[in-house]
Design a protein around this ligand. Structure first.
Ligand code: KDG
Ligand code: MG
Length: 401
């Protein structure tokens, strides 16, 4: 079965998504997600200019060979643009293989090894009371795990929390700069978790994302103070470019640590996993080379007691959610999956068989990945330039997003 055509579809049902559709000579097609939030057209161009010409005429069933060809032949290996492009091809080829064989991708990955994949959703309030209300609403809707974020008193806007006008992060906004104070944040977060634990009791899993904004010693201070509230994880406490930061952090707290939504390859995970500096890797199928490469990361992490909890914010498309669902149901050390919100228009654009029931993600039984794209609708939803906000510290220097 040869690849006859491959096209890149960019559409914005409220935010931009880049999708690759690969069509074979027998008519079977597969789709893959290539969305890189805020830099979408770089991947779209990498795909259409450099990858698609290599795909035409290739055997669609040889996924590993195509993966290796795209990874090695570029010479310029790794990086978010390259790996998102390879991921899209990889997902689309798994989708095609499943359809050709008449079986869901999870079956090709070894079959189910759990009943459902635990998901977490987001409670994100502008006050502690509002945040607690949202946690209660999610628990009432069946969620067993909730990421808790709350606007720090004194700040106007903050990652993961709706703005005063109700808008979210990077949703068609012009370029925005927000004020940030790590001191105010550090003072506030332990009081937030004391209030939330008090309100919901010991059972629900609570998570928190520090979004790469702390130094190792600041993060150690915070992790220590959160220990009594037994978080499922503290995410991205420090940026991971300098991985020894996690070594320092690890020795200051027993709060479980998660990192890696910006990771692209197994090499980003290597030292953290090998040294036992983190508990969870957050790499997602779309940003870490697809199902094929994520499986290798998971297998490398498993004997080191490191589990996988894939990034799944709303800027990762329902195609990635499908890939993550198939991966997670069939991968022993997949522990949890983020379930970000998608707009109604996004669900219409990407009809899918995956679902969240009773706090667990189910991939469904449709052949392939069980997700599609409505190309007519995509044609009516043109790309809209959008940027994630950045932060300015109290003295005016640029901070981390
Ligand atoms: O594009 C960036 C977002 O996906 C990111 O800011 C969301 O940190 C995030 C998360 O954990 O979902
Ligand atoms: Mg995050």
């Amino acid at each position: 079965m040869k690849i006859e055509d491959a096209r890149v579809i960019v559409a914005s049902p409220g935010r931009n998504y880049v999708t690759l559709k690969i069509v074979t000579d027998g008519g079977i097609y597969g789709i893959g997600d290539a969305t890189l939030n805020g830099r979408e057209l770089a991947v779209a161009s990498y795909l259409s200019e450099h990858v698609v010409p290599l795909l035409i005429g290739r055997e669609a069933m040889n996924i590993e060979d195509t993966w290796q060809l795209l990874y090695r032949s570029a010479y310029w290996r790794r990086g978010p643009v390259t790996m998102a492009a390879i991921a899209a091809v990889d997902m689309a080829l798994w989708d095609i293989k499943g359809k050709e064989l008449g079986t869901p991708v999870w079956n090709l990955l070894g079959g189910r090894c759990r009943d459902g994949l635990l998901v977490y959703s987001h409670a994100s309030g502008r006050s502690v009371d509002q945040t607690i209300e949202q946690v209660h609403t999610l628990i009432a809707a069946g969620y067993r795990a909730v990421r808790v974020q709350c606007l720090v008193p004194g700040l106007e806007a903050m990652y993961g929390v709706p703005r005063a006008d109700g808008a979210g992060d990077g949703k068609g906004l012009p370029f925005v700069e927000n004020d940030w104070s790590s001191q105010a944040y550090l003072r506030f977060v332990p009081t937030l978790f004391a209030a939330v634990r008090d309100a919901v009791g010991p059972k629900p899993a609570l998570l928190h994302d520090a979004h790469h904004r702390l130094t190792p010693t600041q993060a150690g201070w915070l992790g220590k103070r959160l220990e009594d509230f037994q978080l499922f994880w503290l995410e991205d406490a420090v940026p991971a470019e300098w991985q020894d930061g996690y070594k320092i952090l690890r020795h200051h707290t027993t709060t479980p640590l998660a990192v890696g939504e910006v990771f692209n390859t197994i090499f980003d995970c290597d030292r953290l996993v090998r040294n036992g500096w983190v508990d969870y890797i957050r790499a997602a199928p779309v940003h870490a080379g697809g199902i094929t490469h994520l499986r290798k990361i998971a297998d490398y992490a498993a004997p080191h007691h490191v589990k996988i909890g894939c990034h799944g914010a709303g800027d990762l498309s329902p195609v990635t959610m499908a890939a993550a669902a198939h991966f997670g149901i069939a991968t022993y050390n997949a522990a949890i999956q983020e379930h970000g919100e998608h707009s109604a228009a996004t669900h219409r654009l990407f009809p899918h068989h995956w679902s969240v029931t009773d706090g667990y993600l189910q991939p469904g039984d449709a052949p392939g990945l069980g997700v599609d794209i409505d190309e007519d609708l995509a044609g009516q939803l043109p790309y809209e330039r959008a940027y994630l906000p950045v932060t300015r510290l109290e003295d005016g220097t640029v901070g981390d997003w």
